[in-house]
Design a protein around this ligand. Structure first.
Ligand SMILES: Cc1cc2nc3c(=O)[nH]c(=O)nc-3n(C[C@H](O)[C@H](O)[C@H](O)COP(=O)(O)O)c2cc1C
Length: 405
């Protein structure tokens, strides 16, 4: 399966806010992600942006109030409402929020929202004073209690020139949230998965550290694929430059010791643990309090082994959670399979994902990976080069098979 937006029918409501132009970017992004996007503009929205823009970026008709009264063979709002997987109103004005809260249905957008039974997602944009007003706050509260999902507003610069809470969430943020919401009921819904990603940094002094080439891309891609399948994901991440996967609980750590502590703290009640992080095997025996000075002499570093997180988790599983699946990665430069099988057996894993990082085509920092799944029951699946996200999808398939979902 690809991202959960693909193939979904989304109604994008656009209201009379200065942020309405950003809705065109959102409509475009949703369309590119594979959704069928039907835009409904309020009368006020058309003061800010032309329906032709939405029609062009979505390749579909953009609806206006006049369509409510069009003499077509079907009732437009009922048709739109019943086909939709999601009604997203972005930006939603204070006025439309009030209508939604009180069940007022006096234009195509509000009547469609009232007729729809699918989830309702609202991204407000307004002047900070309008948002803070008790009337708006009560409307927001009422809608939240009825299950509407809010994205933003966020604090920042407003069109009025003031700074305050009322700014429209970024289209990218809305897209990520919509992706998360649409994936929620996937095949792994209800399953709790803990994984690690990225490198660790082992401090030598306040400014220097020992680390490795892991970018975190593989772990983050797996986290995204599992979220897209509805899993509840906890991600313990070493330092990376990657955007955090929307919907995951992310615990950011720096060193191998911190990573181990975070993993053990969050291990309870998990259905699976996946060790993707490139955890340092050695750490300096001591960290200098001050920057180590150049002396012209050689410097010898003493390194001591770190705690083996995967082994510790595997042992803990035996004690407290025998049903949990434990999965490791074996990034090797020589004898990849032999080393991977050894690791699988020694650490008592259910699955090891072997990847040869010594190949001419680089794996670290790349968007693709070449892996082999070796499971405890002896099954071996060798995959061709594929996007790191697809490795996550293969892992989701493994879970589905293992858990009989
Ligand atoms: C220049 C301008 C900017 C506006 N920006 C906003 C806004 O960001 N948020 C909002 O709630 N209302 C805003 N309004 C007021 C709404 O357009 C007005 O309340 C309108 O009735 C909303 O109608 P609708 O909810 O049907 O789109 C703005 C009005 C003008 C003239």
């Amino acid at each position: 399966m690809s991202n959960p937006i693909a193939g979904k029918h989304i109604i994008l409501g656009v209201t009379g806010s200065i942020a309405a132009y950003k809705a065109a970017i959102l409509a475009s992004k949703l369309t590119q992600a594979g959704a069928k996007v039907d835009c409904i503009l309020t009368e006020s929205a058309t003061q800010f942006i032309n329906p032709l823009t939405f029609q062009t970026v979505t390749g579909r008709k953009a609806y206006l109030d006049q369509d409510l009264w069009a003499r077509e063979g079907h009732v437009v709002h009922i048709g739109l409402a019943h086909e939709a997987d999601l009604v997203l109103i972005a930006p939603v004005s204070a006025n439309t929020l009030a209508k939604l809260a009180h069940g007022i249905a006096d234009n195509l957008l509000s009547v469609t929202a009232l007729a729809a039974t699918c989830p309702l997602v609202l991204a407000p944009a307004m002047d900070a004073g309008m948002y803070a007003h008790p009337a708006t706050q009560q409307n927001v509260q009422m809608l939240k209690e009825r299950g509407a999902e809010f994205i933003g507003p966020k604090p920042g610069h407003l069109a009025s020139g003031l700074v305050g809470l009322g700014r429209f969430a970024e289209p990218e943020t809305i897209l990520s949230r919509v992706r998360f919401l649409l994936g929620k009921n996937g095949r792994l819904a209800g399953k709790r998965i803990l994984l690690t990603a990225g490198p660790t940094q082992e401090a030598l002094d306040p400014v220097r550290y020992i680390s490795n080439r892991s970018s975190g891309k593989q772990g983050y891609a797996i986290a995204q694929a599992l979220l897209d399948e509805g899993a509840t994901v906890t991600l313990v991440s070493g330092p990376t430059n990657l955007p955090l996967p929307e919907g995951a609980q992310v615990i950011e750590v720096t060193s191998a010791a911190e990573m181990k502590d975070a993993v053990m703290t969050h291990l309870k009640d998990k259905d699976a643990f996946i060790s993707v992080a490139a955890v340092a095997d050695f750490t300096p025996s001591s960290t200098a309090g001050e920057k180590i000075k150049k002396t012209g002499q050689d410097l010898t570093l003493e390194l001591v082994p770190t705690v083996d997180i995967l082994r510790t988790v595997s042992e803990e599983r035996r004690r407290s959670n025998p049903g949990m699946l434990v999965i490791g990665f074996a990034a090797e430069t020589t004898q990849t399979y032999q080393n991977a099988i050894k690791k699988l057996q020694e650490k008592g894993l259910d699955l090891i994902i072997a990847n040869d990082v010594g190949q001419p085509q680089p794996v670290f920092g790349a968007d693709e990976n070449k892996v082999t799944f070796i499971s405890a029951d002896g099954q071996v699946q060798e995959f061709p080069w594929m996007p790191k996200y697809t490795v996550g999808e293969k892992l989701a398939d493994f879970f589905v098979q293992k858990w009989g979902l």
